[in-house]
Design a binder for this molecule. Structure first.
Ligand SMILES: Cc1cc2nc3c(=O)[nH]c(=O)nc-3n(C[C@H](O)[C@H](O)[C@H](O)COP(=O)(O)OP(=O)(O)OC[C@H]3O[C@@H](n4cnc5c(N)ncnc54)[C@H](O)[C@@H]3O)c2cc1C
Length: 265
């Protein structure tokens, strides 16, 4: 966050910003963010890096867990999803679980997973890939004991005994706290720069800079940005670009800026 031309990084671990850009003016503070601590912060520019959270399957009792999570015992487990996260989780869990069932809606992993992961999965005797398959229900009393599956081509139903279910079906952007105040795509990821359609721009405001949202002075980087490549290196790179762009916006709007960063020679 940039305040009066000086950068202030607010240590915010476990204390999420819960609301929102309240006020907007060309030469006044642009926003007000309230933290769960009760603290209010007034800002000349904001960069949001709120990232994404796991999308939920909608099945009662099914959670989303990262590949660091381990089942209680090394029994069979199922993973839903055919992307790289699911592939990494399958390989990780195959080290400790007797059987790993990878359940995918499509015909094969090739269309959605990197080749290096597909190759390792094909070589693993413990990983069983189930194409054209979806989870219909969770089975068990008090704890997960299995899943009911349906095969989408034949509509054949079957049950599979598993003690763990891991869901990797994509991510939802953490933008609810913005309450629709910034232009977003149909999935809720924030639009920036040239991707913002004209009708969603402020007609009296300046043209948005690359990484700038539909409100001048508010920037967005990393996974939460529409169209960004969802990678650590991208988030870091966009973050460093945003610093320069924030200074550009502050200078253009007449806010005094001490020692703006220079472009690399
Ligand atoms: C399972 C999995 C495996 C992956 N593997 C790789 C890999 O091998 N290589 C790779 O390059 N990338 C990988 N990625 C992608 C990578 O993790 C992301 O691209 C990267 O972390 C994006 O960084 P970010 O800062 O945009 O968002 P995040 O890392 O998601 O950080 C967002 C932060 O904002 C916080 N936040 C959210 N809302 C608020 C709020 N209202 N107030 C305050 N704070 C808030 C969150 O708690 C979080 O700490 C993987 C992702 C997943 C899920």
């Amino acid at each position: 966050m940039v305040l009066g031309g000086e950068i202030e990084i607010i240590e915010n671990r476990g204390r999420p910003a819960e609301s929102v850009i309240a006020t907007y003016g060309p030469r006044q503070f642009i926003g007000e963010i309230s933290l769960l601590t009760g603290q209010r912060v007034y800002l000349s520019a904001v960069a949001t890096t709120a990232g994404t959270g796991a999308a939920r399957s909608g099945r009662p009792g099914a959670g989303g867990h990262g590949p660091g999570a381990r089942p209680q015992r090394a029994g069979p487990v199922a993973i839903v999803g055919g992307g790289n996260s699911a592939g990494q989780a399958a390989l990780f869990l195959s080290r400790t679980c007797r059987e790993v069932h990878l359940i995918i809606r499509g015909a094969s992993l090739e269309t959605s997973m990197s080749r290096y992961l597909v190759d390792q999965i094909e070589r693993s005797p413990r990983i069983d890939v189930r194409p054209h398959t979806q989870v219909r229900a969770l089975l068990g009393q008090g704890k997960l004991e299995g899943v009911e599956l349906v095969e989408s081509v034949t509509h054949h139903r079957s049950s599979l005994s598993v003690c763990g279910l891991f869901v990797f079906i994509g991510a939802k952007p953490c933008t609810q706290w913005l309450d629709g105040q910034l232009a977003a795509d149909a999935d809720g990821f924030l639009l920036t720069g040239p991707d913002i359609p004209l009708w969603q721009r402020d007609p009296s405001g300046p043209a948005p800079l690359f990484l700038e949202t539909s409100r001048a002075g508010i920037f967005c980087v990393g996974d939460v940005r529409s169209g960004s490549i969802k990678r650590v290196a991208t988030a870091i790179g966009e973050g460093s670009m945003a610093v320069r762009l924030v200074f550009e916006r502050l200078q253009a709007s007449g806010v005094a800026v001490a020692n703006p960063p220079r472009a690399a020679q």
